[in-house]
Design a protein around this ligand. Structure first.
Ligand code: IPM
Ligand code: MG
Length: 377
């Protein structure tokens, strides 16, 4: 198994029948290319393990803006709500960058997270021995790194009110966002993180900025109280600036990290890059009930879209995370994850993880190699 298991929150309605309704949200940029590979992989694995998928594709992000004028059409949210799991690729691109923030592709993703109540975002960053040379950090610093960032996803400064750009009395404009967390919001993400840490290295580091922000003081206080219920997990606290530094200095000190929405956005990119390529990392966004969203950590990479250069492996590994955490199909997930390791072991690489002596493949060819491995193993 490639990733440590964490609590499974979403219990599929059809768990006994191995028959699942999957919503596919390919989105923008490289999204459609990498989604095609992931769906092929799921089909092969489905055949092998007797799992039936019923697919529905829906629009989100720039693709939805072009077709309907909105980044998250109601029909998309409805289709998502009526499915067992959602596989998302990526959203955004230069084309939509000048739109007002509520009409940008990003608003579609944020609306999806909020609309489905997906407050817990799990972002594993694990060094694969095959890719150790792809990291920009020294081998001895990153060897053995295995971090899970648990990011709060539906609160904090991303959603706090008031927000907007307002005119002041002098007529000058003033931009406002609000970082706010209630105790219950802190507690529910805290519980997810403690449970996850319990199943991993039993070490949880809570990241905040409580030397400056009241919202962080409350965060630290609630996490400290919650720790009493998890005596087997060692809780520590770091300020976010120090956490960023420690991630680069000595990343092996971390096991599970829990933090708010904005700090988690930033730190999960930093943690991802320790592993060499953000093109390898999947994520899961889960709520208290209902379907989760599984998506790569990377974005839509508009600069290489449509050129068959993208790395499809984060999307494929997101499909594996979907099987494991969304659908309780751990054996199929294991099979995908070990096949990904196998193709890397065989020296196959996309451009983002290329190193001397390896074989450079495009997105499609990487998908084909993976399918062969899946079918053969
Ligand atoms: C992420 C992304 C999103 C975020 C953007 C695209 C809205 O950076 O999933 O980390 O900030 O949450
Ligand atoms: Mg981000």
């Amino acid at each position: 198994m490639m990733f440590e298991s964490v609590q499974t929150f979403n219990h599929p309605k059809s768990a006994m029948t191995h028959n699942y309704r999957i919503t596919l949200l390919p989105g923008d940029g490289i999204g459609p290319e990498i989604m095609t590979v992931a769906v092929e992989v799921l089909k092969v694995v489905g055949k092998k393990f007797d799992i039936q998928f019923e697919w529905k594709e829906a629009l989100i992000g720039g693709a939805a803006i072009d077709a309907t004028g909105e980044p998250l059409p109601c029909s998309t949210l409805d289709i998502c709500r009526n499915s067992d799991s959602i596989l998302l690729a990526a959203i955004g691109g230069y084309k939509w960058d000048s739109l007002p923030s509520n009409l940008r592709p990003e608003a579609g993703l944020l609306g999806l997270r909020a609309g489905l109540g997906l407050f817990a975002n799990l972002r594993p960053a694990k060094i694969l021995p095959q890719l150790i040379d792809a990291s920009t950090l020294k081998k001895e610093v990153v060897e053995g790194v295995d971090i899970l960032v648990v990011r709060e996803l539906t609160g904090g400064i991303y959603f706090g009110q008031p927000r907007g750009i307002f005119a002041t009395e002098t007529g000058e404009k003033r931009g406002v966002n609000t970082m706010a967390y209630t105790e219950s919001e802190i507690e529910r993400i805290g519980r997810v993180a403690f449970e996850a840490a319990r199943k991993r290295g039993k070490k949880l580091c809570s990241v905040d900025k409580s030397n400056v922000l009241e919202v962080s003081q409350l965060w630290r206080d609630r996490m400290t109280k919650l720790a009493k219920e998890y005596p087997d997990v060692e809780l520590s606290h770091l300020y976010v600036d120090n956490a960023a530094m420690q991630l680069l200095r000595y990343p092996k000190q971390f096991d599970t990290i829990v933090t708010g929405n904005l700090f988690g956005d930033i730190l999960s990119d930093a943690a991802a890059m320790l592993t060499g390529s953000i093109g390898m990392l999947p994520s899961a966004s889960l709520g208290a009930s209902g379907p989760g969203v599984f998506e790569p950590v990377h974005g839509s990479a508009p600069d290489i879209a449509g050129q068959d250069k993208a790395n499809p492996l984060a999307q494929v590994l997101s499909a594996a995370m979907m099987l494991r955490y969304g659908l309780n199909e751990a054996t199929a997930a294991d099979h995908i994850e070990s096949s990904v390791l196998q193709v890397l072991q065989n020296g196959l690489r996309t451009g983002d993880i290329m190193s001397p002596g390896m074989n450079l493949l495009g997105c499609r060819a990487m998908g084909e190699a993976l399918i062969k491995t899946l079918e053969g193993a």
